[in-house]
Design a protein around this ligand. Sequence first.
Ligand code: C2E
Ligand code: MG
Ligand code: MG
Ligand code: MG
Length: 297
Amino acid sequence: DQAMYQAKLAGKGRYHLFDPEHDRSVRSHHESLERLQQALAREEFVLHYQPKVNLRSGEVIGVEALVRWQHPERGLLPPGEFLPVIEEHALTEALGEWVIRRALAQAAAWRREGLGLPVSVNMAARHLRQREFPERLAALLVEQPDLPAGSLELEILETSALGDLAQVTELLEACRRLGVQVSLDDFGTGYSSLTYLKRLPAGTVKIDQSFVRDLLDAPEDLKILAGVLGLAEAFERQVIAEGVETLEHGQLLLRLGCELGQGYGIARPMPAAEVPGWCAGWHPPAVWAGQAPLAPS
Ligand code: C2E
Ligand code: MG
Ligand code: MG
Ligand code: MG
């Protein structure tokens, strides 16, 4: 579980082997932990936002909040550089709450500007095991009384429910009763996809970028994608593809019947200030707009 998390943070879908040496060096850094605590107190963390769109219509359906550390000496650091350090520490919950509070405040600010944009946040496995999480989430939502709870989505990994499916399911049901949405992140990379798809109360399934990346030269990934789309439809879940990097990716997804996408080919994660302008200016490439789904055979 932990090895997978490390691999995931090290590079999306690249399945790095877990390196215990590296792990030891990361976690023996007590300094780093304290430094991260300090960073949170000093508000050195920042959220960037990556758009999620309808590839055909061009509608921006939401943004995903991704945390970065604006380090005074080292510059802007990606989450893979610091989340593993706090993974087993209560700082994970503290940072998680900061992320949710910040994302809600941002969504409320955009809403006041006339931009209704749902925001999703990534949930750490450890945070999902905090029994009082739904109560704390309710308190965070109350801080933005004008924002509908449906503007927040929690992205969870099926691996965070590993060994504790019943408890995580119950916790997520409680979050959904608050009006918050749930999506299953990196779908296809875990172990028990079918059970988790069936049991976890997620309205949306995010297909991992590793399946999308190799779509053009790996026919088996195309089959996986078509299969996942069929499954998601059977379970009445919405599907969004991660890792849309090229025009061809978008074209293929649309031909397979997947209309929602996110990826560098659409937009990289960006600071909050750039989001409204990006939303106003983005149009899907003409080849996407005209892409007809394959006729069912
Ligand atoms: P994720 O939730 O699956 O987020 C997608 C990651 O893939 C992001 O990396 C994003 O910048 C990157 N990405 C987006 N489009 C593309 C693409 O087309 N190609 C490629 N190669 N990559 C793309 P990032 O920001 O480095 O985040 C990595 C992971 O760190 C996230 O994966 C998520 O699991 C975790 N993470 C990020 N922010 C948070 C947070 O606030 N809390 C927690 N607990 N985890 C976070
Ligand atoms: Mg995510
Ligand atoms: Mg991912
Ligand atoms: Mg993902």
